[in-house]
Design a protein around this ligand. Structure first.
Ligand code: ZN
Length: 101
């Protein structure tokens, strides 16, 4: 199961949060709405214990650490972000390189 990545956005002040928090760090409000953030640009790609990871600036603003679906990706590349179930439990973010860059 996976779905397009989205981040919580504070309804009171508009701050986009990642990772999600129960309270907005900017204004203290506790109500959020989900904003689509499936588009992203890689800021840095690394390999950690054989797993390719990327810092991705998502379209809603925050930087997200995501697992790279392909290893040969450079900074500046456009990716699609998806949220999926991780093997062994929990959720993770997957960065899929966009065809044609
Ligand atoms: Zn806020």
């Amino acid at each position: 199961m996976s779905e397009p990545f989205a981040v919580p956005v504070c309804i009171a002040c508009g701050a986009a949060l990642w990772p999600p928090r129960p309270v907005c760090p900017r204004c203290g409000a506790t109500e959020f709405e989900q904003r689509d953030a499936r588009g992203g640009i890689i800021e840095e790609a690394t390999c950690h214990d054989g797993v390719a990871l990327a810092s991705v600036r998502c379209s809603a603003g925050p930087v997200v650490i995501a697992r790279l679906a392909a290893g040969d990706v450079r900074a500046g590349a456009a990716v699609e972000l998806r949220r999926e179930d991780a093997p062994g439990g929990g959720r993770r973010v997957l960065a899929i390189p966009r065809a044609g860059g």
